[in-house]
Design a protein around this ligand. Sequence first.
Ligand code: MN
Ligand code: MN
Length: 464
Amino acid sequence: MSEELKEKLFDKKENGWKSVNEEEKKAIFDFSKGYMDFLNQAKTEREFIKMARKLADENGFRDIIEFETLKSGDKVYFVNRNKSMYLAIIGTESIEKGLHIIGSHVDSPRLDLKPNPLYEDTEMAYFKTHYYGGIKKYQWTTIPLSIHGTIVKTNGEKIDICIGEDDNDPIFTITDLLPHLAQDQMEKKLKNGIDGEDLNLLIGSMPYEGRGKDQVKLNILNILNQKYGITEADLTSTEIELVPAFKARSLGLDESMVAAYGQDDKVCAYTSLVAMMELENVKNTAVCILSDKEEIGSMGNTGMESHMFDFFISEILNKLGVNKPNLLDKVFCFSKMLSSDVDAGFDPIYASVSDKTNAGFIGKGISLNKYTGARGKSGASDANAEYVAWVRNVLEKNDIHYQVAELGKVDIGGGGTIAYIIANKGADVIDCGVPVLSMHAPYEVTSKFDVYSAYKTYKAFWNA
Ligand code: MN
Ligand code: MN
């Protein structure tokens, strides 16, 4: 009797794999293979946007600049300074009924080069770095790192570089102290164990022929000059990022998980992008945001706080021939959004930081965060109950596993996404993404079941 009642009344939150048959398992694994291949070619925001643009071009999308006018069914995009991108499919319904937006970010925590990065010490050459986003610094030493980025010369010439990904490339690393001599270091608090100013990348040790000061630095500059035609001053107008040289791999004997760098938030960016490529005939205009600078507060003209997104939607209104005063505000007020960013997966090794009743678990499907914020929901964008119910209905109708979770225990910490930025414009927004273990570490872990659930969720949302 009670078993029956439990079955009827309890929120079961079952492991998703239990519901998967052989055919679905194959679909999940195949999808994850595509995801991992993509990750290996898109470790930085610029690389991701380049790949996204290529995929969009192959799937009938065109730059909005190429359109004189727009009509329903048109597929458009706008690439913002090679680092963020907005895509849209014009719906059959009047745009005044609102947009269906899915917004993720394509930047991930990493180490950026300082503007004057190169120096020599004790006949070793280094690049100085300034870390980007919330990292635990000790995790970034003694691992293979690759160099990705763009050098821009004063004549406007741009050079994209990527060293350390090909098996024949050299890699780079940041050294750490041997335990034998680390007595003082080991007494420090974990957060002070590695100093930000000590995250210097080892890049060379061979002197240029001849005598004098800085011969190793000279040799490095000579290599860079021969390869890219640049001088030391050219390094000041670059965006060069150090990321782990690891490849994305299947994790576990059962291969049920993905281990990879940058899954926050490329997992949601990739799954939403692929879902958008497969859409046809949407009712509400479907919009996909791939934003930049989320990890450092969404500021600047490629971050979500900028007006670039408003500009894109205004251009759509202009080219539909419907624009009028305040229409943009009206469109946002009637819009719905999934802020597709990752959630903290419950980690039994660190169970004490999570409320098990309200945590997101890997393998249990897409995770909804009604709110984020910290300390009494401060700074949170709290989704309205009506909207949560609407999203739940979409998920349940499409038979998608989901969980509603919080980031961690009350007062333990907190976090945020781009949700509040679009919510402040008047849209209904909820955070909706994949649970991740070891978030912001050089190697992050997700469940393939959840990756596939995200893809299904985003498709269902746009088709709703
Ligand atoms: Mn994120
Ligand atoms: Mn993050």
